[in-house]
Ligand binder design. Structure first.
Ligand SMILES: Cc1cc2nc3c(=O)[nH]c(=O)nc-3n(C[C@H](O)[C@H](O)[C@H](O)COP(=O)(O)O)c2cc1C
Length: 172
């Protein structure tokens, strides 16, 4: 899939069939994540893969998007490793790039995924459930699987709504 096409056609997928996603496929998705750019090439992203139904039942209680967690065969839980941080904002931005790389890869493989951020309100409890050390700060959860195909639409602001004029730009 062409990059621009992948970027524009990717949609957040919140409903999945009961078909599983193999470890090999998850590895390819993580590979795309780890090749994201990061400030000073710091690569402070860390991951926990969740497949266990019992663990998912605990996690789904922590967000309004529980039904998506319940139905997704796999979750990629993404953390910032605060023990290997160089700049909070730039490390967090880099993890955003990492997550987007993974979402685009998921989409380009014909799978579907969604970035879950609302669960961050319970980030300490997520760490406890997963047995993650306190040095890891939850950045997001990707729920993924085989999409229940529906035509999904999304909207974006028009480009001209996003511009401020250059101060010393040429007068027309
Ligand atoms: C930081 C962040 C947090 C998000 N949190 C959630 C979430 O908790 N639950 C959810 O269903 N979607 C979540 N999303 C997905 C957005 O709702 C979605 O990307 C947006 O509505 C645009 O739709 P699209 O991805 O289909 O183009 C999140 C996206 C981002 C980037």
């Amino acid at each position: 899939m062409d990059t621009i096409e992948a970027i524009k056609s990717r949609r957040s997928v919140r409903a999945f069939t009961d078909e599983n996603v193999s470890d090999e496929v998850i590895t390819q998705i993580l590979e795309a994540g780890r090749w994201a750019p990061s400030g000073l090439n710091n690569q402070a992203w860390r991951f926990i893969i969740v497949r266990n139904p019992g663990t998912k039942i605990e996690l789904l209680k922590l967000t309004n998007y529980g039904p998506t967690i319940k139905i997704a065969p796999v979750l990629i839980v993404v953390f910032l490793d605060k023990d290997h941080m160089y700049n909070y904002v730039k490390d967090v931005q880099s993890i955003g790039a990492c997550i987007q790389n993974m979402l685009l890869t998921i989409h380009s493989m014909g799978l579907g995924g969604v970035w879950l951020g609302e669960i961050l309100k319970n980030k300490e409890i997520v760490n406890n459930i997963l047995g993650a050390p306190g040095s890891l700060e939850l950045m997001g959860v990707i729920a993924l699987g085989n999409p229940v195909h529906k035509k999904m639409i999304s909207e974006r602001k028009e480009l001209d709504q996003l511009f401020y004029k250059e101060k010393f730009g040429k007068s027309q």
